[in-house]
Design a protein around this ligand. Structure first.
Ligand SMILES: Nc1nc2c(ncn2[C@@H]2O[C@H](COP(=O)(O)OP(=O)(O)OP(=O)(O)O)[C@@H](O)[C@H]2O)c(=O)[nH]1
Ligand SMILES: [Mg+2]
Length: 192
């Protein structure tokens, strides 16, 4: 039986938990569905989800079955947040991505109905710079018909070249098992 346990939340690098496990960071626009995706991977409501963008304000760390650590990140890019807060977000994300010794995979979460934007491109480039594989998850596919999904995936393909991509519905659990298999491939090995 798989267990998932909340470890802690933190902002500053000095407060990140130190574990023996590889880490996977969930990044993406606010409201894209990062926390929901973590819950669906975990099979339990462990990360905070909200209809109000900006729900996740700290980095939250979860132990996945003593196999790896899931890191829920605050989302970027919604108008209500001040310039200072946007800057704080950037610093918080950068601080984690730069300082983590255990980061072995990044999951970029985006709503399948949105287009690839500068922020997503920045994250892709960041993963390349760090040499960490990037998995892109297109969420909320349950909001579209099958033909609309095909069309969106085709359009996104034309916008950006991505190696690992998964259309997912956290609501209906579609695509989650395939994603988990890929995560295992990147994370199962002990990181030290
Ligand atoms: N229909 C549908 N709704 C979803 C799905 N995933 C997330 N949502 C909804 O989208 C909203 C935002 O979800 P969250 O998981 O909180 O998004 P987040 O990316 O963690 O947002 P921040 O913490 O603000 O960065 C919530 O109302 C979720 O119920 C999905 O696959 N399908
Ligand atoms: Mg969240």
């Amino acid at each position: 039986m798989t267990f998932v346990k909340y470890i802690k939340s933190a902002v500053l690098a000095k407060d990140y938990p130190i574990t023996e496990f590889s880490e996977v960071a969930f990044v993406g626009r606010s409201n894209a569905g990062k926390s929901s995706l973590i819950n669906s991977i975990a099979n339990q409501k462990i990360a905070h989800v909200s209809g109000t963008p900006g729900k996740t304000r700290l980095l939250s760390f979860f132990n996945f079955n003593n196999e790896f650590v899931l890191v829920d990140m605050p989302g970027y890019g919604f108008a209500e947040r001040s310039q200072t807060e946007q800057e704080d977000w950037k610093l918080m994300i950068e601080s984690y991505l730069k300082s983590s010794q255990k980061l072995r995979c990044m999951v970029l979460v985006m709503d399948i109905r949105r287009s690839w934007a500068d922020e997503e491109q920045m994250i892709k480039e960041f993963s390349e710079h760090l040499g960490v594989p990037l998995i892109v998850v297109f969420t909320k596919v349950d909001k579209l018909s099958r033909s609309q999904i095909t069309k969106r995936l085709k359009d996104l393909n034309a916008e950006v070249d991505l190696k690992y991509k998964f259309p997912v519905s956290s609501l209906k659990k579609d695509g989650v098992e395939d994603l988990k298999k890929q995560l295992y491939k990147f994370l199962k090995k002990r990181s030290s």
